[in-house]
Design a binder for this molecule. Structure first.
Ligand code: FBP
Length: 345
């Protein structure tokens, strides 16, 4: 037996794919002065995601559907799976020893570790809460900052840095398969979890967001609350212009991870603009908009708040909300033209 393996010509595809750890390690080897801590941190993030993925798949059997009875800092009723995912991430990341500060949608404020850790990790433990009990696609979103002084005692304010300072970001999508989309500043890569092995393997390398799409994604139910500019954009994207592939098709899952993932791979636009009810937007800057902005920019797409680059916004509070428009450059620029147009007299 051992003889036959050594005779396999090198051209045959490797029987073992590239794991997430291999991929990150290869990136680190290329980075001078790397200590392996960053790789270890991302391995801990992927461990937490794999633990959550297993529970998501059998939530109905594990008494993890429904509500805990608590209300979180956002004023939302906490779902059991939200609380579970948050606990797993906090537990795994704190034990990693790499995180000086953690920030989560489910934590009131930033949580500082009792020891100096090199990184700040901000996360939405379970995104798409309106889909949790409906077996719809949901996910986990995360962003990583390197602390400016890892030897000093951690302070909560260190989480309030613009997205352009991120060193990594990603999301997991718990859909028909579990995928993890990651960027460490060297492009965007997709890993698929092999449930038999419990490991993430590279399934799409160097993903690019198409420059223009044919799909738009927005909660049309908010139409009455939109500004005139957004209403004009909405009418325009649904109007007939075959040469520009208009009208675009409409898709809206109601989970940022699912709507963003489709937009990343297929192109087009996802928009959650500010409106009369959510005057500052609905989505959270630090652990929803910034990680998505980092991913889309790394894939050649764009992320704005209707006007400004999302990654240039300087945060003032950990749960700060922002309008979020992400997608293909052509489509996001078109949205910006309408959204910034002077209101007609
Ligand atoms: P959470 O589920 O993490 O609170 O995220 C907010 C969210 O569910 C996004 O995933 C989604 O894009 C948006 O809200 C949907 O909002 P709406 O139901 O108002 O369209």
């Amino acid at each position: 037996m051992s003889d036959s393996i050594s005779h396999i010509p090198p051209a045959v595809a490797p029987i073992v794919g590239t794991t997430l750890r291999d991929h990150v390690l290869a990136g680190m080897r290329a980075a001078p002065g790397s200590t392996g801590e960053f790789t270890s941190l991302l391995s801990h993030v992927s461990l937490a995601i794999r633990i959550i993925a297993v529970r998501v798949r059998s939530a109905g059997l594990a008494n993890l559907l429904g509500y805990t009875g608590e209300i979180n800092v956002q004023g939302e009723a906490v779902q059991k799976l939200d609380a579970y995912a948050n606990e797993v991430l906090v537990n795994v990341l704190e034990r990693s020893g790499h995180c000086g500060i953690l920030g989560s949608e489910e934590l009131d404020g930033a949580r500082t570790a009792g020891h100096p850790g090199k990184y700040v990790v901000l996360f939405d433990p379970l995104d798409g809460s309106s889909n949790i009990d409906l077996n719809g696609s949901i996910g986990t979103i995360f962003a990583v900052l390197r602390r400016q002084d890892a030897t000093s005692p951690p302070s909560a304010n260190e989480a309030l840095r613009p997205g352009r300072d991120l060193i990594a970001a990603g999301y997991a999508l718990y859909g028909p398969s579990t995928e993890m989309v990651l960027s460490t500043g060297q492009g965007v890569h997709v890993f698929t979890m092999d449930p038999n092995v419990g490991e993430f393997f590279l399934s799409q390398a160097s993903v690019r967001c198409p420059p223009k799409g044919t799909i738009y994604s927005v909660n049309e139910g908010n139409h009455a609350r939109w500004t005139d500019g957004v209403k004009k954009w909405n009418a325009w994207i649904k109007s007939e212009a075959p040469e520009e592939a208009r009208p675009y098709s409409h898709r809206y899952v109601g989970s940022l991870v699912a709507d963003a993932h489709r937009t990343l791979l297929k192109g087009g636009i996802f928009a959650y603009p500010a409106d009369k009810k959510s005057t500052k937007g609905k989505l959270r800057l630090l652990y929803e908009a910034n990680p998505m902005g980092f991913i889309f920019e790394q894939a050649g797409g764009m992320a704005i708040d209707g006007q400004r680059r999302i990654l240039d916004i300087v945060p003032e509070a950990i749960h700060q909300r922002t309008p979020l428009i992400i997608g293909s450059r052509h489509d996001v620029e078109a949205f910006r033209r309408f959204a910034t147009e002077a209101p007609s007299k």
